[in-house]
Write a protein that binds this ligand. Structure first.
Ligand code: SF4
Ligand SMILES: [Zn+2]
Length: 458
């Protein structure tokens, strides 16, 4: 699809059949990638019965898709959660397709880059939404090298499918390192059962690992992903090997109702006792409607509220702590963009809290009182409120790091002091962004990622 076709496609939006009933609330309209052919198609984000989903109409395949985004996202007032127009782009997803330098720059400041280097995998999870794309040709080394020149000092996530199925992964890691970026591997961990393999990746410049890990029970992997129970043993081995290195490790857990909710507490306890774990990401299912083998449905989804309750009651932290971090980040972005409209800041991602690990226990980095003080100071311009030594330290850190949370987090990761809990695909994020005037800068925020439209144009 060339740019001119995109304009043709725009006219399809106008004629998109009305697929939602009066009980449904349409919160956004725009373009979004088709879950089957990945071309940009007309889409609407709607709320019905307490669930939020995107209705996509693939005009190429003449199919409709109801993609569940989550439980209860927009049961809050949509207006309350809207972000300033200048909300910085979070990350760029580079797919197979070409992206010109101009387009990349138009997307704005990014804090990290997702490189989908393959769609192939060495296991077959029944909840996987990538299966349809497994026969895709892998991204070539020259393509990767070419794209990396647009970025510097960024976390580059090597993503799949399963990136370790590529024999040339060490070379790819080296390319990322040589481009002055930070290579992070997003993996199911099967290949990391080999210590030699892991060491080879690290020798080539691997900076961090994000390991998908759903709990400490072999049954979970069978029930949730339809995998042989030995996969659990392999993941434990991978964790043990990672523990012996000094690279930051993020545990990425898919939590599903009636399968592994009780694992949230166990994973947090493990992270509290193991310094090598820098963060935990909790996410719920992604239901695109294309997981033919999965027997899960929307009743298995977990809402943001439910997840926050689980985490906070286990850690004995006030629930407000979660929401205050988001409010402070929004306030900070509004404050900066209002005063310095030309100033580029990297994104503050929402739905995450920061904790300090001391003697196997987590403690909030800032107290609720301090977070409230920051919020009030930003809203009322009464900055003297911030003159406490602890807050000043944080603001100096922000300023020194150019308001780049990504850079600050990287420093903290290395210090292994600040631990982060992130909620993915659970928070109230905009899912479709659309500009008629500038279709080339179209991005989509979905499943915690910004997708650049250019990725889908060939
Ligand atoms: S490990 Fe990831 S990419 Fe591989 S099948 Fe499972 S969900 Fe899909
Ligand atoms: Zn399609």
């Amino acid at each position: 699809m060339k740019e001119s076709n995109l304009v043709e496609l725009n006219s399809e939006i106008i004629s998109m059949p009305e697929t939602v009933s009066v009980e449904e609330l349409v919160v956004e309209e725009g373009l979004s990638p088709c879950p089957s052919c990945e071309k940009l198609v007309p889409a609407k984000t709607v709320v019905r019965d307490g669930y939020t989903y995107i209705v996509k109409h693939c005009v190429f395949e003449r199919k409709f898709f109801n993609v569940f985004l989550g439980k209860g996202w927009y049961d809050k007032s949509y207006k309350d959660i809207s972000l300033p127009n200048s909300w910085p782009r979070c990350e760029v997803h580079i797919g197979q397709k070409e992206m010109s330098e101009k387009n990349v720059l138009n997307i704005g400041e990014v804090s990290f880059v997702l490189l989908t280097i393959t769609k192939k995998c060495n296991i077959h999870c029944k909840i996987c939404y990538d299966k349809l794309l497994a026969d895709r040709i892998d991204m070539s080394l020259s393509h990767i090298e070419d794209k990396l020149r647009f970025f510097k000092n960024r976390t580059v996530i090597l993503f799949g499918g399963e990136p370790t199925v590529r024999e040339d992964l060490p070379e790819i890691i080296k390319l990322v390192k040589l481009s002055n970026n930070y290579p992070v591997l997003f993996t199911n961990g099967i290949k990391l059962t080999s210590r030699d393999y892991l060491n080879c990746l690290i020798k080539n410049g691997l900076w961090g690992v994000c390991l998908s890990f759903d709990g400490f029970d072999a049954h979970i992997y069978a029930e949730l992903r339809g995998l042989d129970e030995k996969v659990y043993q392999q993941k434990l081995e991978a964790l043990e090997n990672l523990k012996k290195t000094n690279i930051p490790v993020v545990i990425h857990s898919t939590i599903v109702k009636e399968v592994n909710e009780h694992e949230v507490a166990k994973i947090l306890d493990y992270a509290a006792q193991n310094d090598f774990v820098s963060a935990v990401w909790f996410r719920t299912l992604y239901l695109s409607g294309e997981e033919k083998l999965s027997n899960f449905d929307k009743t298995n989804l977990i809402s943001e509220k439910e997840m926050v309750n689980m985490i906070c009651s286990h850690l004995d932290i006030d629930k407000e702590y979660f929401y205050l971090w988001d409010e402070v980040k929004r306030g900070l972005v509004k404050w900066i963009t209002k005063r310095f409209p030309k100033f580029k800041i990297s994104v503050f991602r929402l739905g995450r809290i920061y904790l300090i690990r001391k003697k196997g226990k987590f403690h909030p980095v800032l107290t609720i009182r301090q977070l409230k003080d920051i919020k009030v100071a930003l809203e009322t311009n009464r900055y003297f409120i911030l003159l406490s030594p602890c807050l000043l330290k944080w603001f100096v850190r922000l300023a020194v790091n150019g308001f780049s949370i990504a850079r600050i987090e990287r420093t903290f990761y290395k210090e292994a002091m600040v631990f982060k809990i992130c909620l993915e695909q659970l928070g109230p994020y905009p899912n479709i962004m659309f500009s008629n005037q500038h279709p080339i800068t179209l991005v989509e925020y979905n499943r915690g990622r910004f997708f650049a439209a250019q990725s889908y144009i060939d």
